[in-house]
Design a protein around this ligand. Structure first.
Ligand code: FAD
Length: 118
């Protein structure tokens, strides 16, 4: 088995990156300042340039061109990101995630009502 201390493979890097992006979107303000919006746009637009899986980065860049980031507030951003992640899921033959804000908040911010993540 591959040790925990090995450099991340494409799957581990992907999980860690999605965790960061979805969590950051879940806590993004409802009404971001112009500075927060500009920085979020920069963060998203940096991925096609810097993400260290070259084919992942270039495909993501194409998707971002087709669907410009919605940085207007946390609900729009969370949904936009969910849709982009679903495009990758589809490409990889993984199942799609329900992009309703309730589902996204449960997964990335609040946890389920049964308290199993408290
Ligand atoms: P992941 O897809 O990593 O998802 C982690 C968790 O997020 C899931 O368990 C689920 O609870 C939740 N989730 C799933 N879908 C959504 C959604 N739509 N919205 C919100 N939450 C969701 N891998 C490749 O092999 N080829 C690629 O071209 C490629 N491109 C990528 C581009 C980007 C920008 C990123 C960040 C990753 C990319 N990856 C790519 C990695 C790939 O998306 C997965 O991260 C990796 O295959 C591990 O998948 P996983 O099944 O562990 O779950």
């Amino acid at each position: 088995a591959r040790s925990e201390n090995c450099p991340p493979d494409v799957e581990q890097l992907g999980r860690a990156t999605w965790t960061f992006l979805h969590t950051t979107a879940a806590y993004y303000p409802e009404k971001p300042t112009p500075n927060q919006r500009a920085n979020m746009l920069t963060l998203i637009r940096s991925l096609p340039v810097l993400y260290p899986c070259t084919h992942c980065a270039s495909d993501f860049g194409e998707e971002v061109k087709k669907s410009p980031p919605d940085v207007s507030g946390r609900v729009g951003l969370s949904r936009w990101l969910c849709e982009r992640h679903n495009e990758v899921n589809e490409k990889l033959g993984k199942s799609k995630f329900n992009c309703a804000v309730e589902k996204l908040d449960e997964r990335w911010k609040d946890g389920p009502d049964d308290g199993s993540c408290d």
